[in-house]
Design a protein. Structure first.
Length: 496
């Protein structure tokens, strides 16, 4: 396949390289690298942008090497907390070994811990928050050989120490860029799932809720929810659907359902333009969904809505209140029944192990999970993840006050992930209790052979085989030693 960013002989624009590191080897992760595309959008006129995605490019190293021989202006890498940091650091090291090209980190993790991130010797700059304007200004300063000290949103090194001119205000919704998809071989991101040819898209940024475990409040500040206009969503989706012969799109918004009117308008606009398109939503809040009665959900279904991923988090009201989830448990069941009547398939995600959670509250989560499945046979449940205190969140501060010892540098954050939960230093749980929650996580993952992100045929077979056993043990709150969760953890830590 020709390199989409190949330079024509007359192309003398300075080059900028953007890299999406692999991170967790999620089977089937083919999400479009929207963060890097957004950062690239304002650059494309004056700069040649080379976008390399480790997740889909077997020969990413060769492309990076080739790009480095052309002496680019900068190399930017994106990363969230966890394993993606490890791969981002591998990229940074490769670039460092090849010369003096400035290396810039952006994305959720560097934005939440900019100073600590920049302390890493292989990084030269950190872009905090949304990167469109900040990265453009950085590139301009680099191209013109100017200093960068006045660039807001940017962290640079001053006498070897992290320094910044201060935060940059978030982009207004109307300024969110059209993504320059021409920089990618988009076919690589089309996955065939049970709804047919599928691509990931967005219709908004951020979320107005205040869940105390989520990055949103710290990342976006006051302007937390930025919706795109429904016609724009429908037009841009229609272009992609027609160009790639898609059957289905997945909206990866943090929270798609914030405005009922907007969702209705998007649904109708999509249906008018693309009557056969099916679509799913991977971020929904119970409090928003409860405003939809069965008739209006049936209409959404008629307009193509198939799946919604709902952050249920807990079956215990005290826990929901403690994490500021802002919904009532009974509303979760009401929403679930309505979704069942409308034939829309929900996937519910849960968490365990927040400070002071009791056994009874954990049992309430398990009971809720099993009840949701009974009341909606098309629901996917499971996946009760141990709570990890992500930086920048309110619960991180609570956890720190309760004895959580966070990783002390960027490289250590690269191992901050659920498969390492046994070793996470949370002061309120003993080692045995942490392993129990890890067991519950893998045990419940195995209850859902069709879980959204895990699309491996091998996983499905294993899950189908062991699901009845896992179910019995989860129902009985029985976390005795079992080879299956241990095997899952090994695979996740060393293979994925
Ligand atoms: C798609 C996605 C994934 C994909 C991978 C995406 C990728 N590109 O590699 C998959 C499915 C694999 C995934 C996995 C996980 N994810 Co995820 N994921 C997302 C999701 C839904 C969308 C990301 C996106 O495209 N956003 C849209 C773009 C426009 O926003 P953006 O990436 O933030 O980019 C902007 C800025 O950050 C900045 N920027 C970003 N990169 C760069 C780079 C440079 C150089 C510059 C200058 C600027 C810059 O500029 C961009 C434009 O303004 C987000 C939620 C969200 N809505 O963002 C969660 C999210 C990023 N994931 C999250 C988590 C927790 C996970 C998991 C740990 C979940 C789990 N427990 O299983 C795993 C682990 C991944 C790992 N560590 O390896 C958290 C991250 C929290 C944190 N502290 O980092 C988020 C925020 C969800 C949440 N609400 O908590 N994820
Ligand atoms: S509803 Fe979801 S995206 Fe919004 S703040 Fe809560 S966890 Fe974050």
């Amino acid at each position: 396949m020709p390199d989409p960013s190949a330079r024509t002989p007359s192309d003398s624009r300075p080059e900028v390289v953007l890299v999406n590191p692999h991170g967790w080897r999620f089977i089937g992760d083919g999400t479009v690298p929207s963060g890097l595309l957004a950062v690239a959008a304002p650059l494309t006129e004056r700069y040649r942008v080379t976008l390399i995605d480790q997740r889909v490019e077997k020969h990413w190293r060769r492309r990076l090497d080739e790009a480095l021989t052309r002496a680019p202006l900068a190399v930017g890498v994106t990363t969230m907390t966890g394993k993606q940091i490890r791969d981002a650091l591998t990229v940074a090291r490769l670039v460092r070994e090849r010369g003096k090209t400035p290396i810039v980190a952006g994305g959720v993790h560097p934005s939440l811990l900019p100073a600590q991130t920049l302390e890493h010797p292989d990084l030269d700059f950190v872009v905090q928050g949304e990167g469109e304007e900040t990265f453009l200004e950085l590139c301009e300063a680099l191209a013109e050989g100017r200093g960068v000290a006045g660039v807001r949103g940017l962290w640079h090194k001053l006498d070897g120490r992290p320094a910044t001119a201060g935060a940059r205000p978030p982009l207004p919704a109307a300024d969110l860029p059209r993504l320059p998809y021409q920089l990618l071989d988009l076919d690589r991101y089309v996955r065939t799932i049970r709804f047919g040819r599928t691509l990931s898209v967005f219709s908004s940024r951020g979320c107005p809720f205040r869940c105390s475990f989520c990055y949103n409040v710290a990342f976006f500040g006051a302007a937390r929810w930025k919706p795109l206009d429904p016609d724009r969503v429908a037009d841009e989706t229609a272009e992609l659907v027609q160009r790639l012969a898609l059957d289905h799109v997945q909206f990866l918004d943090d929270n798609f359902f914030v405005s009922r009117d907007r969702v209705a308008a998007i649904a109708e606009a999509l249906h008018a333009r693309l009557p056969r398109l099916q679509w799913s939503v991977l971020g929904a809040h119970v409090q928003n969904l409860r405003r939809w009665d069965v008739a209006s959900l049936v209409r959404l279904r008629a307009c193509g809505l198939r799946e919604v991923l709902v952050g249920a988090e807990s079956g215990a009201q005290r826990v929901l209140d403690a994490i500021r989830k802002d919904y009532r448990v009974e509303d979760l069941f009401a929403v679930n029944r309505r979704l069942a009547e409308a034939d829309i398939e929900p996937t519910y995600s849960f968490m365990s192990g927040i400070p002071d959670e009791t056994d009874e509250e954990l049992r309430a989560t398990i009971r809720a999970m099993l009840r949701l499945e009974v009341e909606h046979p098309g629901a996917t449940v499971g996946n009760i993840k141990p709570f990890l205190p992500y930086p920048g969140t309110e619960l991180y501060d609570v956890a720190s006050a309760r004895g959580f010892v966070p990783p002390s540098n960027l490289a250590e954050w690269g191992d901050f992930a659920s498969y390492n939960y046994g070793g996470v230093k949370v002061g309120w749980l003993s080692s045995a209790e942490r392993y129990r929650l890890l067991w519950l996580y893998y045990g419940t993952v195995l209850l859902s052979p069709d879980y959204l992100f895990l699309r491996s045929v091998l996983f499905r077979w294993v899950a189908r085989l062991v699901a009845p056993l896992m179910r019995r043990r989860v129902e009985r709150f029985d976390f005795r030693w079992s080879v299956v969760p241990r095997l899952m953890r090994f695979v996740q830590a060393h293979v994925l």
